[in-house]
Design a protein around this ligand. Sequence first.
Ligand code: PRP
Ligand code: ZN
Length: 297
Amino acid sequence: MSETRDRVRIAVQKSGRLAQDSLALLRRAGLVFRESRDKLFLYGESLPIDVLLVRDDDIPGLLVEGSCELGIVGRNVLDEQRAASTGIDFPLEHRALGFGHCRLALAVPDGGALARPADLAGLRIATSYPQLTAGWLRAHDIVAEVVLLNGSVEIAPRLGKADAICDLVSSGATLAANQLHELTTVLRSEAVLVRAARTHAAAITSQIERLCARIDAALAGNGVRLLMLQAPRSALAALERLLPAREPASVLGLDGRPDDVALQALCGADLDWQHLEELKRLGARGLMVLNVERMLA
Ligand code: PRP
Ligand code: ZN
């Protein structure tokens, strides 16, 4: 249990839509791992933080029971299990992570009579997300039967087990392959970083805070670029007007060149080739654009 451990554990999906991106994010946060022989445990060599590779559905429970302090899980799994839980010690969402985007959607057979969500009244809806599905139906005053299936939900209509489904959609390929189409979105989901709700010993808490701060820093760099250039001081105002900068640029003097300046500006993903060409026309030289890997405020 967490009380007797002096290392932090983070639970991550073993295989599936979040697995690779989750580990890539932890590596960006500076974690270096050694794999156990059974490949279910990654020992952290750079920090006292280990990774448990598990089924995504098991992640909230591992945090509730104290086997792990942190987890990366889809909001779909988190919200479904929160709705079914007592709420006591349920994991807290630290932040969304910007990958693993998908949606939980109601879908119906192609070419059928079902055109609007209200048409589902009195019908059977197959899903692995009974809480979220029932919650959405309640919120929309639709009375329908929720049929719980733990896999292959998309074939339920063809088997005659249900009239519609409520399942995860990402590319839409699974729905298309099964002659189904979406009626409406029930939940938008992406990977989220969760923390156990219970309190821990100070040493554990400080490692949790440390990893969360590093993940925040790594994600703060997403899509941010550093633009560097030199230019005549006289062109500075015009250059700055043109920049899609996130904050005022840093302007530095250059030794022995009183008429020139060096400029550094943090820009968003909207900094494009056209900006660079226009900056050059205004007299900028030595332009450089660097992707930002991490940002600490
Ligand atoms: C979901 C869902 C579909 C598929 C949809 O399963 O049940 O099978 O993804 O994705 P697509 O729109 O890109 O075809 P998932 O892979 O998450 O597996 P799981 O439900 O067993 O966790
Ligand atoms: Zn799953």
